[in-house]
Ligand binder design. Sequence first.
Ligand code: BF8
Ligand code: SF4
Length: 656
Amino acid sequence: MGDILKDKERVWDNKSNDFGLLPPSNVELLKKQAKEVKTTSLQRLALQEPQCGFGELGVCCRMCYMGPCRIDIFDGGPRVGVCGATADTIVARNLLRETVGGAAAHTEHAMDIAEVLKEVAEGKISTYTIKDEEKLKRVAENLGIKTEGKDIKEIAKEVAEISLEDFKRLEREPAVWIKAYTPKSSYEQLEKLGVIPHNVWRPIMNAMHRTSMGNDADPVNIMLADLQMGLIDGLGLTMATELSDVIFGTPKPIKSKANLAVIDPDYVNIAVHGHNPLLSEKIVEWAEKLNDKAKSLGAKGINIVGVCCTGNEVLMRHGVPLAANEFQAELAIVTGALEAMVVDYQCIWPILSDVASCYHTKLITTMPFVKIPGAIHIEYSPEKADEVAQKVIETALEAYKQREPSRVFIPDSPEEIIAGFSVEALIEVLKKVNHEDPLKPLIDNIVNGNIFGVVAIVGCPNPKTRRLAFAERMIKGLIKNNVLVIVTGCIAHIAGQAGFLNPNKVDSFEVGDGLKQVLKALGNVAGLNSLPVAIHMGSCVDNSRIGVLLKALSEKLGLKVSDLPVVASAPELISEKAISIGTWALALGVTVHVCPPPRILGGPKVREILTKDLKALTGGEAYVECDPELAVKGILDRIKQKRIALTLPVPEAVHI
Ligand code: BF8
Ligand code: SF4
């Protein structure tokens, strides 16, 4: 048991007992956790509060050892750091470093997949294959590779090599993936700003260099580097998604279930947690192969369940149920019925090890750079993927023998969901309405006002905002006003658990008449009662699917991305990755709502750039609002302005 658990006296107080609007099943498990583990995320948050105001405003600098320096933006205190750095310099530098954190995560994820594709193409590994040859050809053509007369492996090799070259190109030519996948009008604008990167590595290196002590002090110049970092993030997202589709298949609509009750006490339960599908795909494969072993132990079989974005990846391609978002990962263990939680990278809380140590659950780390004291480490590499997956499952089967049935508690029952709406899958549905021009029915319904606008609600489940049910309240407010909602990442888990991904629950929500009509009509052609009120497009890297859709819409209509009645929202931001995705969206020209406030409020110039000046540069706008109903209102107002500019009808918003 870790040191944190020695602090038993302080762990449960009134403040952390405020469950707000959390679903009752979460509350019951949090109470179980408080009793059995003596620590919960809400309690740890309470112990941190009040959190540092300088940090929240972004005006704390730790770039050198004359500091740390803090700027007092109100009055009386210092206006500059020891070196003379102003609040704006410090805020801009900190923000760029956050964006680097996210972009590095997404581009390394992409590179891992590109390397596997290369090894598959060269016949160096036999653990993976190319499942979607048609997608490979489409990606190749997007990247400017001729496919005619070439065999699949040859095309795969060229795609992988061009992708890997994007990381390290020395020539001053634009990164191929960015040129190929950025909407044309956005690209032209970004080219004028001089922020199109030549490769991935140099700007990341440069960003760390320029933000170190005694370099770039100009907030405007730093913010241009930040926009460039957003584009690099977009490259990572897009490459990761597109090449995952090539190797594992492009998602199609698929039925499954969501919430912690997908952990079934009759089965050996294994949770896959993290982001990269390279390992989780193998675990799904080996669970089937080793199912009989579980039966020989008296279980009904092996049940794989998904946590976070790896959960979304295997849901989209195999229908693996969604157990838990990042906030709930601990609770999955607290059910007492989870034999193993196997993690790859990103969003893996170290506390999972302490929580697992209170149960029979084995926490298994697999990546050389993601080790957690107390966890079992079974190291993954692409050539050993089968061996590692087998070992993970055998470890879980062993753990099953130690399960204590008296400690198992799984409240609630699973919620039905439908997921897997890749752009290709959406186009397939739309083709059933208009085969020649599939985007037309979507555009027509936006034009006539049946769909007021499109809002992508993406990102994380922050304990600070979970208590407010922030994402659920926003989705409710938007669908009432005929907004088509798209979800990804942990918000997709939240939407699934709340019934927003259940096609049979459309009538149990207050949905605008126009939107309801469209959802039902499209649902019928897709062989369903209706489409659900929120469309599941995947994991966080799958936000690139939204980028692909934006490119198609803006280029078909000859409009800028910023002209479209489309908004993105990360209402419960946790990760630096959400910052980098948001920066990419701003670079494309999207309006991005966010809460909690990004750490820019202490820098007046940086704040002005992101909330005002950017509109004239890329068309993007950052919008900070931490009241869910006011956020809906602000988003509707912004969509309304875009509709007015396009001379589209503007129905009155209903009350929120
Ligand atoms: O990449 S939504 S908490 S799991 S960062 Fe993390 Fe946020 Fe979840 Fe997926 Ni995305
Ligand atoms: Fe202080 Fe400047 Fe050093 Fe930052 S870089 S810690 S502001 S002296």
